[in-house]
Design a binder for this molecule. Structure first.
Ligand SMILES: CC(C)(COP(=O)(O)OP(=O)(O)OC[C@H]1O[C@@H](n2cnc3c(N)ncnc32)[C@H](O)[C@@H]1OP(=O)(O)O)[C@@H](O)C(=O)NCCC(=O)NCCS
Length: 113
């Protein structure tokens, strides 16, 4: 067997996405974007939060939907994330499927949310 680990071939970038509602900050997301040979351009959501007092009013869905559209417009093919158990239901409602273990994934290229 002749294995090879080509470390460093593809750069990854970290982006911060801020969410606003009628001009007021209501949350943020931190996303790592990288190239994956099987999956294309992947956005790994490291963190996604809506301010505590604003939760439960549909703003998480609205902010997520806008973020997904922005990532799609920027050429992202797939979004992945590893949620804590208590918010798994939120991500399932956003269209995510289990990949392996607790990793969720959603292919977004050419698909409108
Ligand atoms: C998870 C979070 C972003 C949801 O934001 P939100 O504004 O309360 O969500 P919404 O009101 O837009 O809810 C959208 C849908 O998800 C559902 N949902 C929201 N939170 C949920 C949860 N914890 N478990 C199951 N379903 C949930 C809602 O019932 C709603 O369903 P519906 O559209 O069928 O009515 C928010 O609770 C949060 O910031 N949590 C703390 C940070 C965190 O844990 N982030 C995730 C790390 S991976």
């Amino acid at each position: 067997m002749a294995t090879k680990a080509a470390v460093g071939k593809h750069a990854a970038t970290t982006r911060v996405c801020e969410f606003y509602d009628t001009g007021k900050w209501i949350g943020q997301s931190i996303i790592r974007i990288y190239r994956s040979i099987p999956d294309g351009t992947v956005a790994h959501v490291q963190y996604f939060q809506i301010e505590f007092s604003k939760r439960g009013r549909g703003l998480g869905r609205k902010c997520y939907t806008e973020m997904e559209q922005t990532l799609r417009n920027e050429g992202v093919d797939m979004i992945e994330l590893m949620p804590i158990d208590s918010v798994l239901g939120f991500w399932e409602k956003m269209g995510y499927n289990t990949r392996c273990g607790k990793m969720l994934e959603k292919y977004i290229k050419g698909v409108t949310s």
